[in-house]
Design a protein around this ligand. Structure first.
Ligand code: FES
Length: 282
């Protein structure tokens, strides 16, 4: 193929004009593809590639070289870049950019979306605070319960005492005192075990078992109770209190943490038999 140097002056001008025309056409096509008719309006960031035959590219370079060297070729306008000879491709920004998540700016543009997001944040904070407060209250409640709940071991007052059924005789035997548990152990006329609290129901004195009279007598104000703790006479308002008694593994378990009040003095069966005055006549 003949080079530029082999061409005559007219042929060179002709060749340069043809190249200029082709490049202008390519530029117009590129503008039309991106919807921009005005060369100055534009989106300078969009890059279009326009097919340019290698030979012509060579010629263009040659022509530009000629023009720069003052050989008569006019400078050409290059609004687009001729690259690797592939077909022209124009990609819009909408096709290139992926869909972005809503931003604070979007929320600012959409008051409803902003209000929705704000509500979600408030709800999250409210639920978080509620859960934390509930957990704290639960922990405080459990700690208080464990601190205040009485815990007594067996064998100490407040806990359980285990007594063998043979240790406290028959319905006619004398009561057996359990000092540590603060109770008298007796067998009732019905054959049931009974643990009688050692403290007088009047003002809390420790009464005694008086074998000679076959009854309990309080040295403080003279209240008297029969062998099973029923009120006989005196200022005491009720019969003697007693503890819950159960049977566990063949033993009698006295729970000194569960006290049962004696019946009112006026309802005592012993008072009707032996009593000499009304219980309220102090
Ligand atoms: Fe026992 Fe008063 S304390 S009669």
């Amino acid at each position: 193929m003949a080079t530029i140097a082999d061409l005559s002056g007219d042929e060179r001008e002709q060749r340069a004009a043809e190249l200029k025309r082709k490049m202008q056409e390519a530029a117009q096509k590129a503008r039309a593809a991106r919807g921009d008719a005005s060369p100055s309006s534009g989106d300078a960031t969009v890059t279009a590639t326009v097919e340019a035959p290698p030979a012509e590219a060579d010629d263009t370079s040659q022509a530009e070289g000629d023009a720069r060297s003052g050989n008569g070729a006019a400078p050409t306008e290059t609004p687009v870049a001729a690259t690797n000879g592939h077909a022209a491709s124009v990609v819009s920004p909408a096709q290139v950019a992926p869909a972005a998540p809503p931003t604070p700016a979007d929320e600012a543009d959409d008051p409803e979306a902003a209000a929705r997001a704000e509500m979600n944040r408030r709800e999250f904070l409210m639920y978080s605070w509620g859960a934390a407060l509930g957990l704290l209250t639960l922990q405080a409640g459990v700690a208080s319960f464990l601190f205040m709940y009485p815990r007594f071991r067996a064998g100490e007052f407040g806990g359980k005492f285990f007594v063998a059924p043979t240790d406290f005789g028959t319905p006619t035997s004398s009561p057996v005192g359990e000092t540590a548990g603060k109770f008298w152990m007796v067998t009732t006329a019905a054959g049931e075990p009974k643990a009688i609290y050692m403290v007088c129901t009047h003002l809390g004195c420790l009464y005694k078992w008086v074998e000679a009279n076959n009854r309990f007598e309080c040295p403080c104000h003279g209240s008297k109770f029969d062998r099973e703790g029923h009120f006989i006479e005196g200022p005491a308002p009720r019969s003697l209190d007693h503890f819950e008694v159960t049977e566990e593994d063949g033993m009698i378990a006295v729970n000194t943490g569960r006290k049962i009040n004696g019946e009112p003095a006026g309802e005592s069966p012993a008072r009707h038999i032996v009593g000499t005055r009304a219980p309220d006549a102090v």
